[in-house]
Design a protein around this ligand. Structure first.
Ligand code: B12
Ligand code: SF4
Ligand code: SF4
Length: 215
């Protein structure tokens, strides 16, 4: 069993991925379109470039938009390769798109990477609503591969933001408070940003930039 986990890690390391976690898919989780019930999940991420994040002040920059798309592409490509790797063992796996909306009204993906990343021991959900990794903070984008491979689970991280309030202070939509994020407010601001020439995506990056895991 442990061997399987190590083999997956070694395989992913060939692609230069960052954090990798192994979790259980909660029984009550809603999966859009996917019929099979996969009991396990491998979640992994690529850290964002510090130099690209440094270009962000109070709105997304064009280079951040490009980086966002590049990292999503890398995540989807690597997840595809991991699915093939697992299928060659005769097991099943499905890659959840890095950033695809399937329910526009509720703004939901096939399943939440943040929820699964928390299950896979990669961090805690911070005040910003983002998944905060102990070393990288929120500066990682994630992807999930659901599978029936029965590997050993990673230990969940039981931590929180403590006294940090950095994202509350900088959010251009004033959407973050001590109690969490008002996602509607955030979404309205991201709608505004999407109209900036050349951006065209619901992105921002301000809460990501300040959450560097150094508090
Ligand atoms: C649609 C979407 C949006 C919508 C918001 C929708 C929403 N309600 O969350 C909009 C367009 C507004 C948006 C904005 C942003 N997004 Co977005 N988005 C998505 C997408 C495609 C689907 C999210 C979804 O299904 N949400 C539904 C709800 C139910 O799930 P959730 O919010 O993800 O998870 C919550 C619950 O599960 C719960 N929860 C889970 N475990 C636990 C445990 C405990 C103890 C508790 C209390 C709660 C709890 O809290 C979670 C966080 O609020 C995901 C990709 C994906 N498939 O996950 C990316 C994703 C969430 N986005 C991401 C990012 C980075 C952003 C932005 C910073 C934009 C940018 N790239 O510049 C902002 C940040 C907004 C914010 N502060 O949260 C990253 C987050 C990475 C990270 N480190 O956390 C993701 C995971 C994409 C990726 N591949 O990495 N996004
Ligand atoms: S910036 Fe600070 S308060 Fe905000 S999510 Fe990150 S650790 Fe939590
Ligand atoms: S993505 Fe931007 S607007 Fe949304 S919560 Fe983060 S800082 Fe605020």
């Amino acid at each position: 069993m442990a061997r399987t986990k190590e083999e997956i890690k070694q395989f992913l390391n060939r692609f230069g991925v960052g954090p990798i976690g192994f979790g259980e898919v909660p029984g009550d989780v809603t999966l859009y379109e996917i019929q099979n019930q996969f009991p396990r999940v491998v979640v992994f991420g690529y850290p964002l470039s510090a130099s690209v994040l440094a270009t962000i002040k109070d709105r997304p920059t064009l280079i951040y938009k490009h980086h966002y798309k590049t990292v999503n592409w890398l995540l989807d490509q690597t997840a595809y390769h991991l699915v093939r790797f697992i299928e060659e063992w005769g097991s099943q796996a499905v890659a959840i798109p890095a950033s695809q909306v399937v329910d526009w009204k509720e703004q939901k993906g096939h399943v939440s990477h943040r929820l699964l990343a928390h299950e896979a021991g990669l961090g805690f959900i911070g005040r910003s609503g983002l998944l905060v990794h102990p070393q990288h903070g929120a500066q990682v984008r994630y992807v999930s591969v659901l599978t029936d491979v029965d590997f050993e689970l990673s230990k969940k991280i039981d931590a929180n933001c403590g006294t940090c309030k950095k994202c509350i202070e900088v959010c251009p939509a004033h959407a973050i408070s001590e109690d969490g994020v008002d996602i509607l407010r955030c979404y309205e601001k991201l709608n505004e940003f999407a109209k900036i020439r050349g951006i065209g995506q619901h992105i921002c990056g301000v809460c990501v930039k300040v959450c560097d895991g150094k508090n």
